[in-house]
Design a protein around this ligand. Structure first.
Ligand SMILES: C[S@@+](CC[C@H](N)C(=O)[O-])C[C@H]1O[C@@H](n2cnc3c(N)ncnc32)[C@H](O)[C@@H]1O
Length: 380
């Protein structure tokens, strides 16, 4: 087993949640903007891909160095022992980005990195002719920021938000990783009721059910590094077996997903079935203003329309007012609403207990958190 410098990438604002998840897997972290660094072996790569619910990808950091000229970029890249990761038949496309750096031409940087790795691989594997690149794929990225070069290899393939269950979606679906983060930011526990009143394609209720039964988010998908010879198939098998054993399929859950659009309810049901959670989540067509609950101490997580589209503003504002009035009748429930609407609290009719800035894709949003009353203890 080798030790790798690894990085879990995260949407802006979610770094502390991703770092918590990495720590829970047993690794120490250091955090930078959008990046959570940790060290680990092949098992760490597999576990991180299988279990991180809120990270975008897991990458190996192959090298970091300063470069102010193409020569320095070439030599710095060639000095990295790529052959320890990649077999002679490896296919290795190179993508790139450059911010505030002397080397700003991304296509040139990509082709220089490619040439340097080819030269290194030919020397290491004693090849005179070209490399066929007919084997497993290693997606390499050259990222240059303030003249510092970072070379990474992606171990995930499709982004980690692709859990494999979303067959249908609505107009503004939430990323699965973001949905999981919204839930992790609440005080929900699996023994409390959970309700998403704007469920759309069901992402939030489905992620809640996965969390509630401790089902690994990567259980139903494949990862690009599964093809790599350096990670034995036995490690993947073991991590999948352990995930199966860790899942708590007997955990009862009370999870509801409702939406005004009956077509979305059908999509949500299909997605839940695809995720293997068909009978666990109760989906129903309903407007938010008709919300009711039989139980106390539940948690609402909602991603309503933000009112950004022309023509919908008035309707959305009325809906926010209705929502505030109906939710007010459930003081023991905690409510969490994500929106970019600048006057949400005024319309809802109450200041949030707490709010947190988050980016939903490129939209700057706030996550408004209204804490419910605590359960009474016997002596209170
Ligand atoms: C941003 S989308 C939610 C997307 C969802 N989180 C997903 O991942 O698919 C907002 C949803 O709110 C629903 N909606 C709009 N007005 C509503 C209302 N008054 N009551 C309930 N749902 C409403 C829309 O039909 C839409 O599906």
């Amino acid at each position: 087993m080798a030790t790798y410098k690894l990085v879990a990438t995260a949407a802006m604002g979610l770094e502390s949640i991703v770092a918590r998840e990495v720590k829970d897997l047993g690794y120490e972290t250091t955090v930078e903007n959008g990046k959570i660094f940790f060290e680990g072996d092949e098992l760490a790569i597999v576990k991180a891909n299988m279990w991180l619910r809120t990270a975008d990808r897991v990458k190996i950091v192959m090298g970091e160095f300063n470069a102010y000229s193409f020569d320095q970029l070439f030599e710095g890249t060639k000095a990295i022992p790529w052959e320890t990761l990649m077999a002679v038949d490896a296919a290795f496309p190179v993508s790139g980005k450059s911010v505030k750096s002397k080397l700003y031409s991304v296509p040139d940087c990509q082709s220089i990195v490619k040439k340097a790795i080819v030269e290194r691989m030919k020397a290491a594997y004693k090849r005179m002719s070209f490399l066929e690149e007919s084997g497993p794929t290693y997606k390499i990225e050259v990222a240059i920021r303030n003249d510092k070069v970072t070379l990474t290899v992606d171990t995930s393939g499709a982004g980690l938000h692709k859990r494999g269950y979303r067959t249908g979606q609505g107009e503004a679906p939430l990323k699965e990783t973001m949905a999981a983060a919204l839930i992790k930011l609440t005080n929900w526990r699996p023994d409390r009721p959970f309700h998403d009143p704007f469920c759309g394609s069901g992402t939030i209720p489905i992620e809640a059910a996965l969390i509630g039964q401790n089902i690994a988010p990567g259980f139903n998908r494949e990862f690009i590094s599964e093809e790599w010879p350096i990670i034995p198939g036995s490690i993947w098998d073991k991590v999948r077996e352990d995930a199966e054993a860790a899942a708590n399929y007997d955990q009862p859950l009370e999870i509801y997903g409702t939406d005004v659009d009956h077509k979305m309810i059908e999509v949500a049901k299909e997605n839940a079935i695809e995720a293997g959670l068909g009978d666990l989540i109760q989906f129903k067509q309903m407007q938010v203003k008709d919300f009711t609950a039989d139980n106390d101490y539940g948690v609402i997580v909602g991603n309503p329309p933000y009112g950004e589209r022309i023509g919908e503003e008035e309707e959305v504002e009325k809906m926010y007012r209705d929502m505030g009035q109906v939710f007010e009748q459930y003081p023991t429930w905690s409510k969490y609403i994500i929106t970019s609407h600048p006057h949400f609290e005024d319309l809802y009719g109450k200041k949030a207990t707490k709010k947190r800035k988050l980016f939903n894709g490129f939209i700057r949003t706030d996550y408004y958190q209204y804490f419910g009353q605590r359960p009474k203890r016997k002596n209170d």
